[in-house]
Design a protein around this ligand. Structure first.
Ligand code: NDP
Length: 452
């Protein structure tokens, strides 16, 4: 970063820090974008006069509500729910719901902010939002989860709608929870509308929505490899996480001939020195579905379990962090570089701490942030919305082809933006180019709206 943009960013961030004390993840996300776009804003008199960046650092609104529900023993339980409607400049608010004990308004504010930029890069008309609750599904029975979802939607329903705000799933909110949430919305609104995405097929969902983020990640990786004159075939890939994104990324990577050598969860690491087989992936998926431990894999699957282990440090060509935010610290990033990794693409949202990101960006590794690499999920959510609106379902191959096209187009948008950046060398600085391209799209939309 030049001295000028350093000074401008510092001045800008001083004000943002004062307004958002203690909100570390949010401040990290805003600063990361400010560093890359502040000179774009200052160089454009209209953007500067409209205070685009400062406006985007304030969500349009944050809604908080109480959720009261009876547990299986008949005791009253109380949780908090939130919806952060960050920006609808480009399209209706769109973003997932997260149910986890770690959810706070600040986490959702950071995720909503990121979502606006990510959604803008898909080229679809989607604004940004995020929501959720401090409810921890792992601690509850299926019946309790259903009752909680119904109570959550009894409040959220006032704030969403098919052209207003369209939530989806995220951590702790899968197809089952989406079904409960959708049924509650219909009960209150007497309407079968595309108000939530990630639905199962029989209630208006899209083919491949579940697979989309993981598949999209691999399509984006393929575009990165292609731009570098390389191929995914035979690449050694380390993946963290063992959830939706990680498992589908692993499946697609294996199908394209890569060697996936790890997956991990909160308990530890499963290493597959010769690469994950379909049988190994089936076993992992079945264990996770039954909420069983993965600590004792059958011998013939070629898996080694390391309690408390992470994949960082295993020799690899590609690293795909797919678990959660800030899961890769500075030491982990150093281990990834030392392991010979040439490409890192984020399946999770902001999985690298600031220090880890700096280390990776200072290395020769090609690094794609989540707002481009994991945009496949929201892209197929956009397709689900259009299928609901037109009552015309697409086939799996139509969705897969469109998803691949969108990820290749996101890569092209970013590559074209990088080519206009005269302060940079010949390589693609994916993070900087993604932030600048997304900022321009949202800035133009905000300008067209005037000031309101
Ligand atoms: P899931 O809940 O399905 O899976 C998360 C996985 O990560 C679980 O295996 C979990 O382990 C593991 N995990 C969580 N925290 C840690 C940790 N601190 N250390 C190691 N492992 C951990 O979530 P998703 O796969 O849906 O989402 C993963 C990430 O991708 C999130 O950042 C999410 O915001 C992002 N994302 C998801 C999209 C989607 O479509 N699902 C879209 C775009 C982004 P355990 O099983 O033990 O809980």
């Amino acid at each position: 970063m030049t001295d000028r943009s350093e000074v401008l960013t510092e001045t800008f961030m001083a004000e943002i820090r004062e307004k958002n004390p203690g909100e570390d993840l949010f401040l990290q996300a805003v600063e990361e974008i400010a560093r890359d776009v502040i000179t774009v804003e200052k160089a454009n008199a209209d953007y500067a006069a409209a205070k685009i960046l400062a406006r985007l650092a304030e969500p349009d609104r944050m809604i908080q509500f109480r959720i009261t529900w009876p547990d299986d023993a008949g005791n009253v339980q109380i949780n908090r729910g939130w919806r952060v409607q960050h920006s609808n400049a480009v399209g209706p608010y769109k973003g997932g719901l997260r149910f986890a004990s770690t959810v706070t308004p600040s986490v959702l504010k950071f995720l909503g902010f990121e979502q606006t930029f990510k959604n803008a890069l898909t080229g679809l008309n989607l604004g940004g939002a995020k929501g959720g609750s401090d409810f921890e599904p792992k601690d509850h029975t299926e019946r309790e989860i259903m009752r909680f979802c119904h109570a959550f939607m009894a409040e959220l329903q006032y704030h969403i709608g098919p052209s207003r705000d369209i939530p989806a799933g995220d951590i702790g909110v899968g197809t089952r929870e989406i079904g409960h949430l959708f049924s509650a919305w219909k009960k209150h609104n007497l309407d079968f509308a595309g108000v939530i995405t990630g639905k199962s097929l029989c209630i208006g969902g899209s083919q491949l929505r579940v697979e989309a983020t993981g598949y999209g990640l691999i399509y984006f990786l393929c575009a990165m490899l292609d731009a570098a004159g390389e191929d995914v075939q035979g690449k050694r890939i380390v993946i963290s996480g063992m959830g939706n994104v990680a498992m589908h990324a692993a499946r697609k990577a294996c199908a394209l001939g890569a060697r996936v050598v790890s997956l991990s969860d909160t308990s530890g690491l499963l290493e597959a020195p010769d690469g994950m087989t379909n049988a190994a992936l089936d076993w992992i998926e079945a264990r996770k579905a039954m909420k069983e431990t993965i600590s004792e894999p059958p011998k013939d699957l070629g898996l080694k379990y390391h309690p408390g282990g992470t994949p960082w440090g295993i020799e690899c060509d590609v690293a795909l962090p797919c678990a959660t935010q800030n899961e890769v610290g500075e030491g982990d990033a150093r281990a990834i570089v030392a392991a010979g990794c040439g490409f890192l693409a984020e399946g999770a949202n902001m999985p690298l701490t600031s220090d880890a990101q700096k280390l990776v960006r200072d290395s020769s590794m090609r690094y794609a942030p989540g707002k481009i690499a994991n945009a496949g999920g929201v892209a197929v959510s956009g397709l689900e919305m259009s299928q609901n609106a037109t009552f015309r379902p697409l086939s799996a191959s139509e969705v897969d082809d469109t998803l691949r096209d969108i990820m290749v187009r996101v890569h092209k948008t970013v590559r074209d933006e990088a080519a206009t950046d005269q302060t940079r060398g010949p390589g693609i600085d994916y993070r900087r180019a993604a932030n600048r391209a997304a900022y321009r799209r949202v800035a133009e939309a905000l300008l067209d709206h005037g000031v309101l």
